[in-house]
Design a protein around this ligand. Structure first.
Ligand code: COA
Length: 220
């Protein structure tokens, strides 16, 4: 369990990567322990239908449905058309500012969640797009067990539609290709048509089964 986006009263609770799925009674016990510590709301990471089931049984409800998309990386992906470079620690304040402009409040990153996204996999790539010395977009890509994960992608809303998002995705795919990774995965909210169209245009294919983000709210 960790705080959600830095809010001490919202917990992020999900199955551990290393262990079996929790049972509904284990989840209820966890919620009870959190309540005692003043937590009033809990959210899960993106879960498969199978992983979500015990959370539903423990009283969680659906917060958001996500599409899961996959892309084979069997040939070298196109070169980015925009200027990109590796993200540096001093880029983080600007990246977070841009992230909060690009995403609605629930999904916005703080410095903790940015660090978590970068630490979610054993290897990661943090790339920023730059123009006139300013950061215009960024992406975090992870690599684990022979698969690639596009963890985060955001472009300054004033600069949408100029190909910056596509360049960042191509950079992520090229990095994975260089590392011998044959498949990239990404998830996005079902209602995020702009991101969905971008991914599909760049060769990602929507998977039949999506993912769910669930939530629990302390009863009033
Ligand atoms: C999704 C997102 C990253 C796309 O970034 P972007 O820089 O606008 O992406 P691109 O410009 O590469 O592509 C977007 C569209 O602009 C068009 N476009 C690309 N280059 C263009 C150019 N030079 N001039 C005009 N239009 C252009 C593309 O054809 C594309 O059209 P589409 O709607 O058919 O896909 C951006 O909208 C964003 O930050 N959204 C909020 C955060 C978010 O949802 N992130 C993804 C979460 S999974």
């Amino acid at each position: 369990m960790t705080p959600w986006q830095g809010h001490a009263f919202i917990a992020l609770i999900g199955p551990s990567r290393a262990q079996r799925s929790p049972t509904p009674s284990e989840i209820l016990a966890c919620i009870e322990a959190l309540r005692q510590r003043g937590v009033t709301q809990a959210v899960t990471p993106a879960l498969s239908a199978f992983e979500a089931e015990p959370f539903f049984q423990a009283g969680f409800t659906q917060h958001e449905a996500l599409h899961l998309l996959a892309r084979y990386i069997d040939t070298e992906p196109p070169k980015p058309t925009h200027r990109l470079r590796r993200g540096r620690p001093w880029d983080r304040p600007r990246v977070l500012e841009l992230d909060s402009k690009a995403f609605e409040q629930f999904w916005q990153f703080d410095s903790f969640s940015l660090k978590e996204a970068r630490r979610a996999t054993p290897a990661h790539r943090f790339t920023v797009a730059v123009a006139d010395g300013d950061v215009t977009g960024y992406a975090v890509t992870g690599r684990a067990g022979g698969r690639g994960y596009l963890q985060r992608l955001a472009v300054d809303p004033n600069l949408h539609g100029q190909g910056i998002g596509s360049s960042l995705v191509h950079d992520c795919l090229r990095w994975l290709h260089r590392k011998g990774v044959g498949m990239a995965l990404v998830n996005t909210q079902e209602r995020n048509t702009r991101a969905l169209e971008l991914y599909e245009r760049l060769g990602f294919v929507r998977q039949r089964e999506g993912l769910l983000v669930l939530r629990w709210d302390e009863p009033a």
